[in-house]
Design a protein around this ligand. Structure first.
Ligand code: TYM
Length: 333
């Protein structure tokens, strides 16, 4: 039975349509599907500082991610929304997970291998140990399901592995979680280079669409998205990665299947397709952007985050106490 659903997003910049289609859209779907479950959706601010951040920008981004969660449809009366660093058990269990996972396992993570290339002034220790904290984020709540985009699947596999290792060593303690993917849209690619993931930290602005981008900007970015020199619109990830990516985006924002969209554009030009897609995204995001502006600086957002934090602290401390007891830390109670 699905009792707990947990996920997080890093506040390392503004959110993209990749974050939405790959993750946040699933959060909302699950919230509506699993009425009896409890949900913990957090802003993963501790994860963001594995890369140097400007303090004021980080503060702002944390609020923005939380406001975007609500604007996208998460209902604070149904789910707990909170900020990771305000719930100390994440760090505390993170250390226990570092004492469960092996360095070799951390070094194998693709994200670590990619990101370390960019830390020319020295590689932060936390960039390596990051997956241990992510495992803690999930295991703390005995999550059954973790909605993520597929770029996080390696981290989730590691979470399962260290969770099982801990259970074997100390006796059954953690629920072993499963990933939940948005089947149509597991990975949205860059509009400038469709072989790369769309990422909020990409240097090329037109490679991503932000959830709070202005309508014209969205249309221009879709208009300038890299495609191939063929003229037909059909899904073929290998030979037509650009068009295939746009088809996935179209599917994500329309709830039409890729096949249906292919049929719709059988005899139409790339230009027409792109223009319709631009309009589709703009219309879809309009109410989200309006809601977002209302919430961002509201007291309501703080109330939601306080409530979420308080509940997360209760649940996570209960688990942490059990773990400390099993490991033999501190004094016997
Ligand atoms: P982050 O902040 O990079 O991304 C947040 C979520 O968005 C998904 N995502 C995408 N999905 C499809 N296409 C894309 N181009 C795309 N870009 C991002 C990610 O897969 C992710 O689900 N380590 C995590 C945050 C985290 C977390 C957790 C997630 C920390 N602790 C515990 C789940 C459970 C991260 O960096 O995601």
């Amino acid at each position: 039975m699905v009792k707990r659903i947990v996920s997080g997003v890093q506040p390392s910049g503004k959110l993209t349509i990749g974050n939405y289609l790959g993750a946040i859209k699933s959060f909302v779907k699950l919230q509506d599907e699993y009425e009896g479950a409890e949900f913990f959706f957090f802003v993963a601010d501790l994860h963001a500082i594995t890369v140097t951040q400007d303090r004021l920008k980080l503060r702002q981004s944390i609020r923005e991610v939380a406001a975007m969660y609500i604007a996208c449809g998460l209902d604070p009366d149904k789910v707990n929304i909170f900020i990771q660093s305000e719930v100390p058990a994440h760090n505390q269990l993170g250390y226990i997970m570092e004492s469960t996972a092996y360095i070799g396992e951390m070094e194998r993570m693709t994200q670590y291998k990619d990101k370390r290339q960019r830390q020319v002034e020295g590689i932060k220790t936390s960039l390596l140990t990051y997956p241990a904290l992510m495992a803690a984020d999930i295991l703390l709540y005995d999550a059954n399901l973790v909605p993520i985009g597929d770029d996080q699947d390696q981290h989730l596999e590691l979470t399962r592995m260290v969770g099982e290792r801990f259970n074997n060593q100390y006796g059954n303690t953690f629920e072993i979680p499963k990933a939940y993917y948005n089947k149509d849209v597991v990975r949205i690619m860059s509009l400038a280079d469709p072989l790369k993931k769309m990422s909020k930290s990409d240097e090329i602005e037109r490679s991503f669409i932000l959830l709070d981008d202005e309508p014209n900007r969205i249309k221009n970015k879709i208009g300038s998205a890299v495609t191939d020199s063929d003229t037909k619109i059909y899904f073929d990830k290998e030979n037509k990665p650009g068009i295939s990516n746009l088809l996935s985006i179209y599917a994500g924002f329309s709830d039409k299947s890729v096949e249906e969209i292919e049929k719709l554009y059988e005899n139409k030009s790339y230009q027409e397709f792109k223009s319709d897609l631009g309009n589709l995204i703009v219309d879809y995001l309009k109410p989200i952007q309006e809601r977002y502006k209302e919430i961002l600086n509201s007291k309501y957002l703080d109330e939601v985050l306080d409530r979420g934090r308080d509940r997360a602290i209760i649940i996570s401390n209960r688990k942490l106490e059990k773990v400390y007891h099993k490991v033999g830390l501190g004094r016997k109670k």
